[in-house]
Design a protein around this ligand. Structure first.
Ligand code: PDD
Length: 277
């Protein structure tokens, strides 16, 4: 397996992380997950732009130009002959003696990437999945794709340990997003999702869905919805790089609609697929 570490492609066995890397000690860094379909990246530019934007929001300098990093990632996919999979890309504030404030400016950020095969979750996309509602206890900068994911992990673990695919998070009465996805509801043919504020990650899949909804003539509102609205929705789905458009058929013990993926969700799934092919 070939991986990318600080400007070089190398065998995974050669790759090392310093015990004082700030990503390892503090979660002081950011990341991206990019989809690979048929050996080619999907929405790479959007992911790279968000990567640099996240870095800027935490005042982290990425020691590579975007074009250079994009080229290296493409080489990585080729080196590992990835067909349907993902690229994981991460940057941390580098290695320095442990102290909370940022290290001197001569300490370079660490950038690593690896690829892996991840099949499209077809049967779950066909049948739909179940979710659990969990209070969103994360910080107020969820727009940053930060390595600090404890709030997300605790929610996902609680949902997964009870057999659910995802946790849908809410701050008080308002639904924000999933633990590793964005959340959507459909009522009377209108798709709704939380606006791209500091309370959610502005998903790339979410943006493709908004775009696809536009071209399919499906009304799409970036307008937060309540738990009651979610529970009385006609359809619910979640979306992410790895899950695409994933129907939700049950929330806790409660069926969504009739308990089957809905017509609008299906239409969006189909139109999303066409963007890939
Ligand atoms: N998760 N919200 C959160 C909290 C996420 O972690 C993700 C993605 C999304 C969807 O974003 P996108 O459509 O750009 O993948 C929304 C990735 C896949 C992960 O952490 O593995």
């Amino acid at each position: 397996e070939t991986v990318f570490v600080n400007g070089e492609l190398m065998d995974r066995k050669e790759a090392k992380v310093d015990i004082e890397d700030r990503g390892y000690q503090f979660g002081d860094g950011i990341y991206e997950v990019v989809r690979v379909y048929g050996g080619k990246t999907f929405t790479m530019k959007e992911h790279m732009e968000r990567f640099y934007q996240s870095a800027e929001k935490i005042k982290l300098h990425i020691p590579h130009e975007m074009d250079e990093l994009t080229g290296l990632i493409n080489r990585l996919i080729e080196a590992n002959s990835i067909h349907d999979g993902i690229v994981y890309l991460q940057a941390t504030r580098g290695v320095a003696s442990r102290q909370h404030h940022f290290p001197a400016s001569d300490v370079k950020g660490s950038v690593v990437a690896y690829t892996k095969e991840v099949p499209v979750p077809q049967s779950q996309m066909d049948q739909g999945v179940t979710v659990k509602l969990i209070e969103d206890v994360r910080w107020l900068r969820c727009d940053i794709k930060s390595l600090n994911l404890l709030g997300n992990l605790l929610a996902k673990e609680e949902a997964a340990s009870e057999g659910h695919f995802e946790a849908i998070l809410h701050r008080g009465d308002l639904v924000t997003e999933g633990s590793s996805s964005n959340a959507f509801m459909v009522k009377d043919g209108v798709v709704r999702t939380h606006p791209a504020t500091n309370l959610i990650l502005n998903g790339i899949t979410r943006r493709v869905i908004r775009d696809v909804a536009g071209s399919e003539g499906i009304p799409f509102q970036e307008d937060a919805f309540t738990l009651d609205e979610l529970l009385s929705a006609d359809e619910v789905f979640i979306a992410s790089t790895t899950s695409e458009v994933m129907p939700v058929v049950k929330i806790g013990e409660r069926l969504v609609g009739e308990g089957h993926p809905g017509a609008v969700t299906r239409k969006l799934q189909g139109a999303f697929r066409k963007r890939i092919e």
